[in-house]
Design a binder for this molecule. Structure first.
Ligand code: AMP
Ligand code: MG
Length: 329
């Protein structure tokens, strides 16, 4: 199959709509990462997602809808705080897990009784969702376990020959996957951290829990248990107070003939002057936005990426550190 990349226009949205309705997969931009979409009511199309990605069959998909889509068509909204969250943070990088009405096929939810729903803010994505006017289920558009794509080219690098079309909507601004929140219980519970933080949810709902995925627990968000986000080169991860150890590892790898890059926040730049650098930016939002892009740039030019963490896990850093530990830890 030939894979086309087309800029997202009225014309290409029309083509994507047709391809999706004919049971095909399409690579789609969102503000978090690129998604690999299929119509959520089409079991055969949804099965193709799991095959194209090599995705474990117990890891459910998120249903994406446009901002005027009536959620009651696909889920039971049982908690008032869920509507407050919807008002406050959607369209945006927030996914809410509701009781499913079974309209989205069981393949998409892996036989489960809940459905994760997101209303993306990316304008081009909204345009496509409006045109399709049905839930598009989409995981990130990468081969399972690889770093998530934040440009159309990243999608092409992983899925060339496997899908007919990738809509190019520019580089994703958010850069890490959405916050996934279970909104079926008495209080909201974060299953996967992201740009909508615990603090932001608390500000709207009064309280918010973070699910602990302890060993032996029934895993509520299966995706969090897999190894994930890994670039194709070797990686190491150091704390910000381990600069000397990081430099030692760099020198050692260089002596072994490896191409090495340090990946760190801009604030660390001076400490590593003269080293090959992949700079992530200076605040949480910039770092999130650049993280996958720099990992995917790094895997092309480095044999080893040495990542420096940031010494904090509050706010958006919780989601960032979750990704960084899985990709480089
Ligand atoms: P991905 O689209 O690959 O970024 O992964 C979607 C994330 O949402 C994974 O961590 C899934 O396990 C999680 N997820 C999707 N649907 C549900 C659901 N119904 N209940 C709990 N977690 C879900
Ligand atoms: Mg993914």
């Amino acid at each position: 199959m030939k894979t086309q990349i087309l800029p997202l226009t009225d014309e290409s949205v029309k083509l994507a709509d047709k391809l999706l309705k004919d049971g095909n997969l399409v690579g789609i931009p969102t503000e978090t990462v690129y998604g690999l979409g299929a119509i959520g009511t089409d079991s055969e199309a949804v099965k193709k997602i799991f095959i194209a990605k090599g995705r474990p069959s117990d890891n459910p998909l998120i249903a994406h809808v446009h901002k005027d889509f009536d959620l009651n068509k696909i889920v039971n909204v049982t908690r008032e705080y869920a509507l407050k969250l919807k008002d406050a943070y959607t369209p945006g990088p927030l996914t809410m897990v509701f009781e499913s009405k079974g309209v989205v096929c069981s393949e998409a939810v892996c036989g489960g009784e809940t459905l994760a729903v997101r209303i993306p803010s990316h304008e081009g994505c909204q345009k496509l969702l409006r045109k399709v006017d049905a839930p598009i289920v989409a995981p990130s558009a990468n081969i399972s376990k690889h770093t998530s794509p934040v440009t159309a080219k990243h999608v092409f690098d992983d899925l060339d020959g496997k899908i007919p079309l990738i809509l190019d909507g520019g580089k994703c601004t958010g850069g890490i996957e959405s916050t996934v929140v279970d909104v079926t219980g008495e209080v909201p519970r974060i299953l996967r951290a992201g740009l909508i933080t615990k603090e932001m949810i608390e500000a709207v709902c009064g309280s918010c829990e973070i699910a602990k995925h302890a060993e032996g627990d029934r895993v509520k968000s299966p995706g969090v248990k897999y190894s994930h986000y890994r670039p194709k080169c070797q990686t190491m991860l150091f704390e910000p107070n381990e600069i000397d150890r990081a430099k030692e590892a760099y020198r050692q790898a260089e002596a072994d003939g490896k191409r090495v890059f340090i990946m760190c926040a801009d604030q660390m730049q001076e400490a590593f002057s003269g080293y090959n650098l992949l700079l992530l930016g200076s605040d949480g939002n910039q770092i999130a936005s650049n993280l996958y892009d720099k990992l995917l740039e790094g895997e092309k030019k480095a044999d080893l990426i040495i990542a420096l963490s940031f010494g904090r896990e509050d706010g958006v850093y919780l989601g960032i550190m979750n990704r960084l530990k899985k990709s480089c830890g």
